[in-house]
Design a protein around this ligand. Sequence first.
Ligand SMILES: Nc1ncnc2c1ncn2[C@@H]1O[C@H](COP(=O)(O)OP(=O)(O)OP(=O)(O)O)[C@@H](O)[C@H]1O
Length: 654
Amino acid sequence: MLRLAARSCPLCEVRSLLGQPAQSFPPFQQTRLYAQMQRDRAARYTEAEQRDAFSHLDNARGSRRPAPRSRPSSDRPRPSRMVLSETVARPPPARENQSGSSFSKPARKAQDPFSHLNTTKVSPFLERQRDEKSITKDSYPSRRHDGDRKHRSEPYHALKMQRALHEVPYGSRSAVKRKINEVDSFDDFPLIESVQQAVKDALPNLEYRNPTPAQAVAIPALLGLRENRRTRRSPLPRSALQSFLLAAETGSGKTLAYLLPTIDAIKQEEVLDAEETARQDAEEAADKEKEKREDLFGLEPPELNKAVDPARPRAIVLVPSAELVAQVGAVAKSLSHAVKFRAAPISAKMTATVIRSRLFNENGVDVVISTPPLLASIAASNPNILSRVTHLIVDEADSLFDRSFKPSTTEILERATPSLKKLILCSATIPRYLDKYLAEQYPDMQRLVTPNLHAIPRRIQLGVVDVNKEPYKGNKMLACADTIWQIGKASGDYDPADGKETTPTKRILVFVNEREDTEAVTEYLVKKGIDAVAFHRDVNLNRQAKTLATFTNSAPAPKPAQTHKPARADTSRTLPNTKVIVTTDLGSRGIDTVAVRHVILYDVPHTTIDFIHRLGRTGRMGRRGRGVVLVGPGDRADVVREVRDAMFRGEALI
Ligand SMILES: Nc1ncnc2c1ncn2[C@@H]1O[C@H](COP(=O)(O)OP(=O)(O)OP(=O)(O)O)[C@@H](O)[C@H]1O
């Protein structure tokens, strides 16, 4: 006990070591002894500190040791200098040279901690580590990884470091712009009559029905038109596989851009197939007649079952979530009123009976819309299902070729390849890993890229709330609630017809980085009198669909009691006419939240890709929108500043 007590105070420790009673040194001696004590302690600590600071490097090299937990800044070792010293001063030690599986500590202690100061080149190890990080995680690397001085003179320093988004040269952007300007209306496309009619059905109550840039670029190419749009389509050899990458900004109508030419092709194929079947039937009938004439006493052969295997679609649309299955399914359904075709949207949220009845419909199915894992598992037991597919569309391609979806996506692709004619990949963001992968796998892929790719439209404004300042003092939840109250209380639009302000329901999306935070933030907002709901994978399916429905159409929102439990506010003040969804990336991918005017980025997104998709939930199809990012302690304010600058200038976030 005595020793413990002595160790807790450096002065007592010194006194006990010297056998002196307490308070027996004059104050100036106490100070000198204490300083000496501190120096000794610092020398002892440095060794331990070095070991600790290096421990996460072991982790980066594949050791099973967990990464160190973050500590309060006061007792945090200075890891960045130590990390750089270790990795920059010499190449990473070859593991096979070490005796055990873990890193050899004596060798590390022998290193001069300041040797990195004379180094001007990034070690291959650090380069590799940075590349791996951008490929697998696509997150902003920390500042210490920026060994390349060249970047510092460039305007978007923080964004350049990320190196995730593929760059599109401005020269080719201008060329595409010229092409887009040549297309004035959907009538310019040689789509069949019924598909032209379907466009009008799919876009009702819209005065503006001209093709969007994404559609102007994609539809002619997918129809097989040559450069000159006036020429009729030139038929390609029926067996050749053509691949396309449609890269266009969020909310630019990519769904119709790929659905219209696909349905057009299906209908054309149908006509060709009908002609072929009629020819075969006629030939068979003639053969039968001939056999009958030759063999008068022969038995009638059994009637062949000509019923077509119903589950053999011609087109497959792959999307990353059940919500998107429903959304694309709804667009396909709206098109199918004028053009007769059958679409089967299937997702793991449906019962097996529903999936079976949709897929194995006795009248056949033309387009299947699904997530890759579900379709891959169905195809594993029914390989025939992909035997007639001519069009395979991979929407949100960067997600579907990312690690989690890639195995099932490529499995479907391989199974469908024998009959495949067109492979169409769509995305609003093209990370470098995808670009590289596609360049290797599909060197002839036709790239249909809109001029504003990777740029957040100027009609979306981005505001920044500094959470560190008064009155929030680092309290992000408070800042979030306050921002929502300010948006909610702001006056509505002036309606000249009514001669007064309109009070439409305001829909706000709040994005957090971690799923666990959705519930905590929602709970806090509800306590502050805000009608908020959490939206994540574990939420009840019915509630999920209802919640989302109020954000994806601009019709008046139902009363709160109809959509979810009434808010349990611990304040008598409640915010009227304002609905809030707190969500993660689940709500950011492809969901057509046309009714959303405000997006709050509760956390600074990990990547520019997330920035684009999250802010892309507002300001859709020419509408105006507003984003607010809450910058709290430890958040990358430099990234936010550069995103804001890029948005202001209308430049791509690369
Ligand atoms: N030519 C058009 N004119 C007017 N509105 C259109 C046109 N084409 C599509 N839209 C509408 O634009 C909205 C966005 O379309 P869509 O969901 O296809 O965008 P997207 O490019 O796929 O977006 P994201 O990248 O976020 O998935 C939809 O509500 C759709 O009805």
